[in-house]
Design a protein around this ligand. Sequence first.
Ligand SMILES: *Cc1c(COP(=O)(O)O)cnc(C)c1O
Ligand SMILES: [Zn+2]
Length: 617
Amino acid sequence: MTTKPEKFYKLKCVACGKYWDERKTSSHCLSCHGPLDVEYDYGYIKSRLNNYALKNAPISAAKYISFYPILDLDKLISLDEGGTPLKKSKKLSAELKIDNLYFKDETSNPTGGFKDRGSMVEVTKAMEMGAKAIINVSTGNMAASISAYASQAGIPAYVMMPEGMPLGKVAQTLAYGARVIQVRSNYTQVTRLAEEIAAKHGFYLAGDYVFRGEGQKSQAYEIAEQLYWRAPDWMIAPVGCGTNLAAIYKGFKELYTLGMIDKLPRIVGVQPEGANVVYEAYKRKSRKLKEIDKPETVCSAVAVSMPLDGLKLLNAIYESKGLAIQVPDGEALRAGKELANKESIFVEPSAALSVAGLKKMVKQKKIKPDETVVCLASGNGLKDPISMLKILPSPPSIEPSVSEVDKYLKMKLYNIQATVDQDKAEVLWRRRPTKEQVAKAAKKVFGLNLSRSYLKMLHEEVSRFFSKGKEMVRSDLQHIIEDVLKAVPDSQRLIKVEDFSVSTSKHKKAVAKVDVRIKNKRVSTDIAEGVGPVDAIMRAVRKVIKKEKLMNYWLTDFDVKIDQRGTDATVEVSMSLKDEKDNKVIATATSPDVIVAAIEAFERGYNILYNKGNGKK
Ligand SMILES: *Cc1c(COP(=O)(O)O)cnc(C)c1O
Ligand SMILES: [Zn+2]
């Protein structure tokens, strides 16, 4: 059965107050481009409510169906979203001295985040309106969510993403079946493009628009119910477009209007410093949002230069006497690590913003010990592990033997902590340090008791680094230690590239020559040609290995990462090699010079394989 919209809701522009027919627009006001809101006849909703089910049925997004602007319930597209746990803090609450601290764990939704609640309503509305295809712009999570719901609905989803979004989200979106286009631009600019395409091709425009927020309200209903029909004192959440937190506030307000809770929470929105439009407006005590040029943050799910629902959110913050907070990326990453470590909830950096914001509030004594606080854990960390790895160490690799494990325990290698933000660039040495200085730094900075042979190797590597004339910062030392711990000691090394020379130019092949020490013998090669300098050197090394009839090998992968910005950045090379018996190794090396890093990574990998092949441990 289909109900008429005028029976119980209307779409209204939040900025100018004009009403719109949902068949004309459900994305933005056609006269002032402001965000839209759904205005309900709550008397009508109340008359339809099944109070028994509302109080007694288990929580789920679909349970609150009477609160959504859905006209034809037969068209409902649901993947059993919502019904997520409200977890009472296990450790942080004691540390922060907040007795009633909770995490609303949205990571357990069908595609890993709260967006599914919004997609349920939004894709259902698209079906109601007879959409033949959906178009959406997303930094990844919404793309994955829309794509899953569209495939259930049996209509194509076109997804536009800014280039370079987290791989987990891209993979998910493609697997659910969306037609993905990467665009070389930022989220806000791509959004404008999608609006045009939607109008031109008649696609249903899905995104941070009015129907999505209506679905995402259910987080508030669930939280209230999980707190035995009470609202928390503080509701803290990450902010990108502002859609979600504004929706959560609306959810609480509705319960209040219907007399189901007796107060409202204060709303706290947290943004990273590099995408802080709402925070900036709040700081000016204004409702005017100033677009930023380029959002710059590891919190990719909130990297928004102009929040579509910023106005709605600011209204909620001011009305509830809440706050907007900004934090640096490093604090979001650290909060993410803490949330995993202390509460066993693994989130992506954007989702950790709420905890980073909470910590800031505690520092500023904004929260009383007996107040109830809910932090939103908005999305699963498995979708973007690379960002979290930025502050986690790369674990050492060992051969499968008890003595190697003992060595790991004795040297306390588990103590290695990754260096983060401000510490990362701390200069340790400007000139080559002594072996004692290196030992001291390894102990002091990383808590390691290196054995003599490892210390010798480490000192050698550090010395090599200085031959390129660059100072060494903390993160350089971390990477070099990690590399050395994956290498084999000197005594077991078969080959070592003592020196090389290479020349190349834009229009010619590169030519290289290498001097290789094999055990105690020094072998120089004839020149070898390659497509580029690294390739030419690798070919020269291969020539030596052939000539000396040494173990054959295959290079299966080669990856270069730049650790810092700027032209004097340190590069990390990782190389995967395998031998005839299919033994495999991944070796890494760090240097200011990409060619040197490549040679060292190769040398390490080859020596490890050689030792394996010879049955040495
Ligand atoms: C979308 C998203 C946000 C931001 O929500 P907005 O509605 O854009 O403010 C935060 N965290 C995660 C994990 C998200 O997917
Ligand atoms: Zn308007």
